[in-house]
Design a protein around this ligand. Structure first.
Ligand code: UTP
Length: 305
C-alpha cells in the first residue's frame, strides 16, 4: 500500500558514525563532522538547518571516537562561567548557540556497517512517522531552502523524498544514481529506480542522491531485511530501491543551489573560503587578502610572474 501520510515530519536523524577515511589523518582523532568551517563545526550548520526547517528534535547516530560531538552539543559550565566573569557576551552567545538550537539526542551505531545500518538505529526514536535524514558532513547553503521544499513535497505527495543534484556522467560513480520521470513541476521528479555508485555507462541518469532525505517510517522494516550490499555495507539506497519496487511513492527535489561535501578535502576547502568570504565580521579583510593572493598565483593568468 502506498503511504499517503498526513503526519507532519518533526524529527531529524543525523548519522555521524562513519570513519571519515577521505580526511585521514585528521579524522584519526577528530570526527570529520567537527572539522571547523570558519569557526564552527560542519555539524552545527546542519543542526541549524534542521531547526530552521522546524525539526527541533534531532537524533545523532554516533560511534567510537565521536565523543567530542556529544561534548559540543552539551553545556560547558566552567567555560560559560569564565566568559561571564570576563563579560565576553559575544563568545558566551556563540557557546550557547550549540546547546539551544535543538533538542539533541544520541544513539550509538556500535559498528560502522553502512548508512542504512546507521539510519536503522533511529527506529525507536522515530516511531511511526516520516523523518528527515541529514548527512553530518553535507552542508547546504543556508540561503537555499532545500529541506523546507522537501518537507512540503512529502506533505503533499506522501512516501519519501530525496535531494538530487546533477553531478554529470564523470562523477556519478561516486553517488547513488536515480531513474526518474516528470513529477509535476520543474524541480520535482518521480523516482522509478535507484542504484548505488554505478559505473557511468550503467547509470540511469546523471542525477545523484545528496545528503538530505525525508523518509517514510516503512523504511525501517525494509532495512531490517536488507543484506549488506556494495562495499559490504548495509546501503540506504538498497532499502529505498526496495520501497520503489513495492510501489511506495518516492520523489526527488532537484537542487541547483550550493552544497559542500565537507568530508571531501577539496570541497571542504571551498566551503571554508566561500563561507569565510561572505561573513560580515571576517569577510572584508579575508576578501582583500584573497584577491591579492589569487592575483599572485602562478598559472591563473592573473600573475605577471
Ligand atoms: P560517508 O559515505 O561520507 O562515509 O558517510 P564515511 O565513512 O563517514 O567517510 P569516508 O567516505 O570514509 O571518508 C555519509 C554519512 O553517513 C555516516 C557518516 O558519518 C556520514 O555522515 N555513516 C556512514 C554512519 O553514520 N555510519 C556508517 O556506517 C557509515
Amino acid at each position: 500500500m502506498p503511504t499517503q501520510s498526513p503526519r507532519p515530519t518533526r524529527k531529524a536523524v543525523i548519522p555521524v558514525a562513519g570513519m571519515g577515511t577521505r580526511f585521514l589523518p585528521a579524522t584519526k582523532a577528530v570526527p570529520k563532522e567537527l572539522l571547523p568551517v570558519v569557526d564552527r563545526p560542519a555539524l552545527q550548520y546542519i543542526v541549524e538547518e534542521a531547526a530552521r526547517a522546524g525539526l527541533g528534535e534531532v537524533l545523532m547516530v554516533t560511534g567510537r571516537g565521536k565523543a567530542g560531538i556529544e561534548d559540543f552539543f552539551d553545556r560547558h559550565p566552567e567555560l560559560e562561567t569564565a566568559l561571564e566573569k570576563k563579560g565576553d557576551e559575544g563568545r558566551l552567545a556563540a557557546v550557547h548557540e550549540s546547546t539551544e538550537v535543538a533538542q539533541v539526542h544520541f544513539v550509538r551505531q556500535g559498528e560502522a556497517r553502512g548508512l542504512g545500518h546507521a539510519v536503522l538505529q533511529a527506529a525507536a526514536f522515530v516511531g511511526d512517522e516520516p523523518f528527515a535524514v541529514l548527512l553530518g558532513d553535507d552542508i547546504i547553503d543556508a540561503r537555499d531552502h532545500l529541506l523546507e521544499q522537501m518537507l512540503a513535497v512529502q506533505a503533499e505527495k506522501g512516501g519519501s523524498v530525496v535531494a538530487l543534484l546533477d553531478v554529470g556522467a564523470e562523477n556519478i560513480d561516486k553517488y547513488g544514481a536515480v531513474a526518474v520521470e516528470p513529477g509535476g513541476s520543474e524541480d520535482v521528479v518521480a523516482i522509478t529506480g535507484m542504484v548505488e555508485k554505478p559505473p557511468a555507462d550503467e547509470a540511469p541518469s546523471t542525477l545523484a542522491i545528496i545528503g538530505r532525505y525525508v523518509l517514510a517510517p516503512e523504511v525501517f522494516d525494509v532495512l531490517r531485511e536488507t543484506p549488506p550490499g556494495r562495499g559490504g555495507e548495509i546501503q540506504l539506497t538498497d532499502a529505498m530501491a526496495t520501497l520503489i519496487e513495492r510501489g511506495d511513492p518516492m520523489h526527488g527535489v532537484v537542487f541547483s543551489g550550493r552544497r559542500y561535501d565537507t568530508g571531501d578535502r577539496l570541497d571542504y576547502l571551498k566551503a571554508v573560503v566561500r563561507l569565510a568570504s561572505e561573513r560580515e565580521d571576517l569577510g572584508p579583510d579575508f576578501r582583500a587578502w584573497l584577491a591579492e593572493f589569487v592575483a599572485d598565483l602562478p598559472g591563473t593568468g592573473a600573475s605577471q610572474a
